[in-house]
Design a protein around this ligand. Sequence first.
Ligand SMILES: Nc1ncnc2c1ncn2[C@@H]1O[C@H](COP(=O)(O)OP(=O)(O)OP(=O)(O)O)[C@@H](O)[C@H]1O
Ligand SMILES: [Mg+2]
Length: 254
Amino acid sequence: MSETGEPGGAAALLRLSGVNKHYGPAHVLRDVDLEVAAGEVVVLLGASGSGKSTLCRCVNRLETVDSGEITLDGVPIPAEGRELARLRAQVGMVFQSFNLFAHRTVLENITLAPLRVRRLPRERAEARARELLDRVGLADKAAAHPAQLSGGQQQRVAIARALAMDPRLLLFDEPTSALDPEMIGEVLEVMSELAAEGMTMLVVTHEMGFARRAADRVAFLDQGRILETATPDAFFERPATERARDFLAKILRH
Ligand SMILES: Nc1ncnc2c1ncn2[C@@H]1O[C@H](COP(=O)(O)OP(=O)(O)OP(=O)(O)O)[C@@H](O)[C@H]1O
Ligand SMILES: [Mg+2]
């Protein structure tokens, strides 16, 4: 991979080309080109309001784009219907707010989509859910309800729930921002393990330590535009633009 952060040869799993998005008069994504190769971890950085969440929401089509194209494995992401449901199954998303179903157990939260969308037999869905709970360090919490868990535990359940659909791509939008400091590490650890196992991930985070350790590339978004993509080392040590230098100065001061 070059220092400028071009993905090295491998075919992109996710590709955004020339993506534009407006909210009314606000132009929130501007000619965005971004590729995430299979097995790659790309961390999306940028100030508040720069369009990071919007970009994620366009990728799993919670939002529509105005122009440009987003493809998954070369196939444009579908607008609606059964094809869209299939896309959603392939693209897992983990949000800042864990969005677990409060009245359901941890196990039920994880098995719901595999049962309903993938129509897995209950036994298989539950066996897989227990495997995933074990993987995120929560084997003993299957019968608990979300309110009985800490924030960090709830977020790990949310990750297990996303993994239960066997996604090809995982989107994370500030997964640790709502957590108390002592719980951030346990969630980042699960994410780092996934990255090391070869999961393809697009991650919005303000955790610069994670970005440096786990990212293959960093993309810096400023006012809806990707100003830089680079390896973490290149980006953190030699940011190419004034905007990125400002951003880093602010965020690293905290
Ligand atoms: N549903 C919406 N309707 C109108 N404007 C929106 C909507 N969602 C986002 N915006 C605007 O689009 C711009 C990009 O917002 P977005 O949430 O993508 O930024 P962000 O980089 O995720 O910020 P943060 O770091 O605060 O989460 C902002 O100016 C925001 O006010
Ligand atoms: Mg956001």
